[in-house]
Design a protein around this ligand. Structure first.
Ligand SMILES: Cc1cc2nc3c(=O)[nH]c(=O)nc-3n(C[C@H](O)[C@H](O)[C@H](O)COP(=O)(O)O)c2cc1C
Length: 455
């Protein structure tokens, strides 16, 4: 029903949906949740982001709930500035575990849930990435995924011997070649290359090794990878770029896209655009799943859900609130928090400043109300009962605006408990979410076709 536009043009009726009528669900597990005040919530373990057991408990709950995957966003260093002074010391995002190391450990203690971690193409070498994700795919027996990002902050550049971050074009040009090389490395051994025949003494079949010997503009990588072909053939590739170059990278390589959307109309436009780009790379719409991020505040009643949201909003420290306005409106710490937003504007991002000021005037917002509004972020958010929320999810899914959702919980582990208690029963009642895993690999559970050597 959802892919009707593509049905007539490129794929048969039997492949009507990319997901066999089921919504895919990932759980974004970075830090202690996605709300900036999550760490101050009374039920959140404030030291959790450096505690393996906290992550393992949450991952196991996600697996019991039969979610498709857990997902770790990442930045390589502390990205925030201490503006206004004192705000950085109030930010919980200053100490976390490195996500690939974490995934390897979680992979050893779980059996079905997909394991996706972010790694940057700007501050890694393709061989490192190919080798690490191949290892995770072996360790987890086919559940690894790589979220490909190009990094964006100046602070990350300073951690890698650069004064300036690479420009947008160069980053994406490098990313494209980077993923090409990683794929070549993953593809250098055929499925059955390792015969390990003790009688003849032959360990691998020489005809089934294909040395990449890649020579390009950014990379010179001979290979081969010192790993056998992995259980999934290749780990799953996830991408999260929103602009032109990011979309092309996703269309060419990604199995899953983690997108940002705040209305069904914009999600649908993005979905159609991206799926429409696949044909030029010889791909069909069912080979790429699009999963917008969403933050849910759910309760037995709408009032209870609203209370959960308000509780967190009221925990935002004023200095942290001023820090999120700083980049656009400058330092407002001298002004009265419960007074009107003053008419100031940072020249660097004038258009955003003008939009914010227009909003403040239109709605007569105080500084405190303004930072609370901005703190909610760009992500799609829904506050309501399970029925309200699943109505929305189903609407997006049936309209062809999403194949699934990447849940970005406000707090953890409560976010996964809310899924289990409220959202999944409602989705299952409507036949929209699995009751058991269909496969043991991430590729299998996502409903993507198995990969064979040469695909
Ligand atoms: C939903 C979403 C999630 C992202 N997650 C990360 C991340 O975890 N780490 C990171 O360095 N960049 C992340 N990014 C940034 C992108 O990789 C990319 O650098 C940025 O969106 C700029 O590219 P674009 O103009 O194509 O969107 C994310 C972007 C989006 C839209």
């Amino acid at each position: 029903m959802r892919l009707i536009g593509y049905l007539e043009t490129s794929i048969g009726i039997e492949k009507m949906t990319a997901t066999d009528g089921k919504i895919r669900i990932g759980l974004s597990m970075r830090y202690l949740g996605y709300h900036m005040a999550a760490w101050r919530h009374p039920d959140v373990p404030a030291a959790g982001a450096i505690d393996f057991n906290y992550f393992l408990r949450t991952a196991k709950k996600a697996e019991e709930a039969k979610l498709d995957m857990i997902f770790f966003a990442d930045g390589i260093g502390i990205r925030a500035n201490d503006t206004p002074k004192g705000s950085l010391a109030r930010d919980a995002k200053n100490a976390e575990l490195e996500p690939l190391t974490l995934l390897a450990a979680i992979g050893a203690c779980t059996s079905h849930i997909g394991l996706v971690a972010t790694a940057s193409t700007t501050y890694n070498e393709p061989f490192h990435i190919a080798r690490k994700y191949a290892s995770i795919d072996h360790i987890s027996r086919g559940r690894a995924g790589w979220n490909v990002v190009t990094s964006w902050s100046q602070q990350e550049a300073w951690n890698f011997s650069r004064d300036e971050h690479l420009g947008y074009e160069e980053r994406y040009e490098r990313a494209d070649e980077f993923v090409e090389v990683v794929r070549k490395l993953w593809d250098c051994w055929e499925d059955d290359a390792f015969i390990r025949d003790k009688a003849s003494g032959v360990f691998y079949d020489e005809a089934k090794l294909h040395v990449p010997d890649h020579k390009g503009k950014h990379f010179k990588v001979r290979g081969p990878l010192n790993s056998a072909r992995t259980p999934q053939g290749r780990p799953i590739i996830v991408q999260a770029g929103a602009a032109e170059a990011g979309r092309e990278l996703a269309a060419r390589y990604a199995d899953v896209v983690y997108s940002n959307a705040n209305s069904m109309e914009s999600a649908k436009a993005y979905y159609d655009d991206l799926k429409g780009r696949l044909a030029k790379y010889g791909r069909t719409p069912d080979q790429l799943l699009i999963m917008p991020g969403v933050t849910l505040y759910v309760g037995k009643t709408r009032g209870e859900a609203q209370d959960k949201f308000d509780q967190l909003q009221n925990l935002i420290d004023p200095l942290s609130g001023l820090a999120i306005l700083y980049g656009v409106l400058g330092d407002l710490s001298e002004y009265e928090l419960d007074g009107p937003v003053p008419d100031v504007g940072n020249q660097r991002v004038r258009s955003i400043a003008e939009n914010l000021l227009a909003l403040a005037h239109r709605e007569n917002l105080t500084i405190r109300q303004m930072y609370k509004r901005v703190a909610s972020g760009n992500n799609w958010q829904i506050v309501g009962t399970a029925e309200d929320i699943v109505d929305e999810m189903e609407k997006w899914f049936r309209a062809g605006a999403a194949d699934g959702f990447n849940i970005c919980p406000a707090t953890l582990p409560q976010g996964v408990d809310d899924l289990t208690q409220y959202i999944l029963p409602e989705l299952r009642k409507r036949g929209l979410f699995r009751t058991e895993y269909e496969a043991s690999t991430l590729r299998g559970n996502l409903g993507l076709q198995p990969l064979h050597f040469g695909d």
